[in-house]
Ligand binder design. Structure first.
Ligand SMILES: Cc1ncc(COP(=O)(O)O)c(C=O)c1O
Length: 397
């Protein structure tokens, strides 16, 4: 059957191969006495959402009105709640009618944005490593990706001078995200401000993907909305998936310059009808009645991070302590590199020997080679037991 070249070109294949290995391990370990699979490869949390959000959803689901299609106009209560949140959170006044857009997950928004702002062949800048759907969105729009490499030696600070002024002039879009997945670097407001300044100077759109804005473990996360230039160049994406643990409900929003919001809204008019108003009501309750939920879950992630890091460090595995919750960005240990393993082979052998599944860094771009991402999404006892198995395996390597 005919499949478009566009679709055939999607994805690096690393994630599909990792999934196959996970499945094979699950089948092999069932009833065999092997350790059960400990899947630390996805940023899908085990922590619970605020009960008030679920209770509001439960009640509203019983209202027949919540079964109707939700056209953009009907998302007004949600957009107004978002505008109030933005005022409280960043001190920014935004227009809920023109500058806020409901999204079915922030991934949906960042993946659709290139179709709304780029023409085929246009160039767009991504960080490397990048969140995979940032590249997927460019591929769907037949755009040309360019990469800005983040380096550990520079604490993953983006060096915007890697591109010459004429290379900047050729760009039509830049997609960044701090706090950054997968390096788990919170980043600084000055980095985002500098990016906004470049965007204005060179006339490109700046999309800032910020689902982890409330999960900085050290200091305050940067935000495009805090940059005085956001209305001149940008759009920022926020999510209920991480701070409020509602990933499966697909609730998110964008705030940005009116022309960008209008363009993305027009595009989405072709492809979706938003989520049910019942789910939106739960999201409103999360913002208004559980605004401190991210702060309540941060100590859990901090403890997980610290305990995992100390077990792995004791085993001689250098761990860079991340400044945001949810992930460790682990260098493939020297022993494994000396044994000739790349990040995917390392993760495959680790899974085989210990039942612990990480994501090969290569899945996040060339700059991810030599790394593996570990998501802190299981209870601490399970994480610690997994870390001990990893350490024991490493000692034998
Ligand atoms: C950088 C980044 N953007 C977007 C997403 C997806 O968020 P959502 O659940 O809102 O689609 C993730 C999820 O891991 C992410 O890490």
């Amino acid at each position: 059957m005919r499949i478009s070249e566009r679709v055939q070109g999607l994805g690096s294949g690393v994630f599909a191969r990792n999934d196959q290995r996970k499945l094979a391990y699950r089948l092999r370990s069932a009833g065999s006495g092997l350790e059960p699979l400990l899947d630390l490869s996805l940023g899908s949390t085990d922590l619970l959402p605020p009960p008030v959000a679920l209770e509001v959803m439960r009640q509203q689901l019983l209202d027949p009105a919540s079964a109707a299609y939700c056209l953009h106009g009907a998302t007004a209560p949600f957009r107004e709640a978002v505008a109030s949140w933005a005022k409280r959170r960043f001190g920014v006044q935004v227009d809920p009618q023109r500058e806020v857009l409901f999204l079915v997950g922030s991934q949906e928004g960042t993946a659709h944005l290139p179709l709304a702002v780029l023409n085929p062949g246009d160039q767009a800048l991504l960080l490397d490593p990048f969140y995979p759907s940032h590249l997927g969105g460019l591929q769907l729009a037949s755009a040309q990706p360019r990469f800005l490499r983040l380096r550990a030696e520079q604490d993953f600070c983006p060096d915007f001078d890697q591109l010459s002024p004429s290379q900047w002039d050729a760009l039509k879009l830049m997609v960044l995200g701090f706090p950054h997945n997968p390096t788990a670097t919170t980043g600084e407001q000055a980095w985002v401000d500098a990016a906004a300044e470049r965007a204005v100077r060179h006339g490109l759109v700046f999309a800032h993907d910020n689902p982890y804005v409330d999960l900085a473990l050290d200091g305050e996360a940067p935000a495009l909305l805090r940059s005085p230039l956001w209305r001149q160049c940008g759009i920022e994406f926020f999510s209920f998936s991480k701070g409020w643990c509602l990933g499966g409900y697909r609730l998110a929003f964008a705030i940005g310059a009116e022309p960008l919001i209008t363009a993305l809204r027009q595009l989405k008019g072709v492809v979706d009808f938003n989520q049910s108003t019942a789910l939106q009501a739960g999201a409103i309750a999360a913002l208004e009645q559980a605004p401190d939920w991210p702060d309540r879950i941060k100590p859990i992630y901090r403890e997980r991070r610290d305990r995992m890091a100390s077990v792995l460090q004791a085993a001689g595995w250098p761990v860079r302590l991340p400044s945001m919750a949810l992930y460790l960005w682990l260098q493939v240990p020297e022993r494994a590199r000396l044994a000739g393993l790349d990040s995917e082979q390392f993760c495959a052998q680790l899974l085989d020997a210990t039942g612990v599944c990480l994501t090969p860094g290569h899945g996040f771009g060339d700059a991810g080679e030599g790394y593996a991402r570990l998501a802190l999404v299981h209870p601490i006892e399970e994480l610690e037991a997994g870390a001990q198995r990893m350490a024991a395996w490493l000692a034998q390597l």
